[in-house]
Design a protein around this ligand. Structure first.
Ligand code: ADP
Length: 228
């Protein structure tokens, strides 16, 4: 379980995250919603260990953790999957992070094969990732992270570049991760598309969390700044 207690962060003179208190259970599927500029990406980057906290604490199962440990625990998937592509074929892209870890060829082959099957990418294994549709590229971004075995997947506006089919492909990939008990946190302007998978919704306003509850409780509150 990840717990944020009174976490504060500031970019300087401008925007701040203020006193964020949040408990995220292992295996949960959390939607992060709120108006543009409310701090969703900033909070995701704190959870990913990509930004430092200025005060407060982050605990993992009760133990204080810093940015380095958060980076090992989690992965951050950018809203544009094409920004994350590093390989010249789908399988090379998935293998890239594993090669950097110095694993042997057989081990890499096995892990890549498992990911290709799990995310329904076998047919595309030799394709150039830059030729993929948005949805398939987003699945590839998730698959390339999955092989590194993070516990927590942080996705920033993953549907912003996807058509309906792409959204379905992404949901298919996320439901596989959910079945494995991974923790998934998604910032989104379109929470509705994830309601069937989500376990809770966090609503942010001006750098603070003003609601964390079930999907039904969130729908009942009818926040004016979130389109349903
Ligand atoms: P959201 O994801 O909810 O749209 P963000 O976390 O991206 O919100 O941004 C929150 C605020 O922080 C915005 O006002 C944005 O302009 C500002 N901001 C984001 N990144 C930086 C940065 N690197 N330096 C200064 N301000 C930033």
């Amino acid at each position: 379980m990840i717990e944020l207690r009174d976490v504060c962060f500031s970019y300087g003179d401008g925007f701040s995250l203020r006193n964020i208190c949040l408990r995220i259970e292992r295996g949960s599927f959390v939607l992060l919603v709120g108006a543009n500029g409310s701090g969703k990406t900033t909070l995701l980057k704190i959870l990913a260990g990509l930004l430092p906290i200025h005060s407060g604490s982050v605990r993992l199962d009760g133990r204080l953790v810093g940015s380095e440990e958060l980076r090992e625990l989690s992965c951050y998937v950018f809203h544009n999957p094409f920004d994350q592509i590093v390989g010249s074929t789908v399988e090379e892209d998935i293998a890239f992070g594993l090669e950097n870890l110095g694993l042997n060829r057989n081990c890499i082959r096995n892990k890549v094969d498992r990911a290709l099957r799990m995310f329904n990418l076998l047919e595309k294994s030799s394709a150039n990732p830059l030729t993929l549709s948005g949805g398939t590229a987003q699945k590839l971004a998730v698959a390339s992270m999955y092989v590194l075995e993070p516990e927590v997947f942080l996705l920033d506006e993953p549907t912003s570049m996807l058509d309906d089919l792409g959204v379905e492909e992404l949901k298919e990939a996320l439901s596989e991760l959910k079945k494995l008990g991974k923790t998934i946190i998604i910032s989104t302007h379109e929470p509705r598309v994830f309601f069937e998978l989500a376990t809770s919704v966090v609503h942010m306003v001006d750098g603070g969390v003003d609601f964390h509850g079930s999907v039904n409780a969130f729908i009942e509150r009818q926040f004016g700044d979130v389109e349903l």
